[in-house]
Design a protein around this ligand. Structure first.
Ligand SMILES: Nc1ncnc2c1ncn2[C@@H]1O[C@H](COP(=O)(O)OP(=O)(O)OP(=O)(O)O)[C@@H](O)[C@H]1O
Length: 258
């Protein structure tokens, strides 16, 4: 592992909200982390621990106050969200967030193939690409393939999240951020998307951080597990150590930090 270069490095990252006001509060506190190619990291932590702020700091949605964010060795600390979107993709908890509601499934997918590219957003070439996109959609196995010409606003939440996930991965991102992306779905749909997520991450050897409140999912999926508490990483295990972790041990751990 030490000979492999990390994909993402956070060096002493501190993120303050309401900076320069009396309400200023440090949410991430001198966070240090190295993420390696192919790491599939599940991220746990109590409400308010700073998990979304952690993602916002990586994606560029929130500016960091001090420290550095390096992607593939390049300092991206001051790079805009739009520029980072070429390398980092994200799926949110809310099914409404990831897709353009009035556009069809096919159009949304086509746009996603142009992620991070400033020019050429016109929908030319849609027909030529449709067959390839159709195959990707069929792999989700949830009825989405029969609804390629449907506006995404009339899809089910599950179909919409599956589409958001596909859009986030159709152009291979350097880093995939999953922010509780199955939390708004019913248990069966959530389990199905989680399984498809896992398959695609492993197949494509994606590097991924996934926030979840499901201890079972955090244990079952990924090769590494982090716990964030009060803006710090308080637990970081990988490989065999992660495999040996049990729900009971995690619950005991949470009992001690909450
Ligand atoms: N833009 C903001 N302005 C003010 N406070 C903020 C802002 N963003 C986050 N916070 C505060 O920072 C703390 C951490 O929030 P964050 O959403 O990162 O936690 P979380 O671990 O993702 O929580 P949850 O599990 O509930 O989603 C919370 O106290 C929250 O209210």
């Amino acid at each position: 592992m030490t000979s492999t270069k990390p994909i993402l490095v956070l060096k002493n990252v501190t993120t303050i909200v309401n900076a320069h006001t009396p309400a200023a509060k440090a949410i991430l506190k001198q966070l240090n982390l190295k993420i390696y190619p192919g790491d599939f990291i599940t991220v746990l932590g109590p409400n308010g621990a700073g998990k979304s702020t952690f993602f916002n700091s990586i994606a560029g949605t929130l500016p960091v106050d001090s420290g550095q964010v390096l992607l593939q060795g390049k300092d991206i600390t001051r790079l805009s969200v739009e520029k980072r979107a070429k390398f980092i993709s994200r799926v949110f908890q809310d099914p409404k967030m990831g897709t353009a509601p009035r556009m069809t499934v096919a159009e949304n997918l086509l746009l996603a193939t142009k992620r991070g590219k400033a020019r050429g957003l016109k929908l030319r070439g849609l027909k030529a690409k449709l067959a390839t996109l159709q195959a990707q959609v069929s792999s989700m196995n949830n009825g989405l393939a029969e609804r390629m010409q449907t506006a995404t606003e009339s899809l089910s939440g599950g179909q919409r999240q599956a589409l958001s996930f596909l859009m986030a991965t159709i152009e291979r991102p350097d880093l995939l951020l999953l922010d509780e992306h199955t939390a708004a779905l019913d248990p069966k749909t959530s389990a199905q998307l989680m399984q498809q997520t896992n398959e695609r991450i492993l197949q494509e050897k994606l590097t991924c951080l996934m926030i979840t409140h499901h201890l079972d999912d955090a244990l079952r999926y990924g090769n590494r597990l982090l716990v964030l508490d009060a803006g710090k990483i308080v637990f970081d295990v990988r490989d065999e150590q992660k495999q040996q972790l049990t729900k009971q041990k995690l619950l005991e751990f949470f009992g001690n930090i909450e």
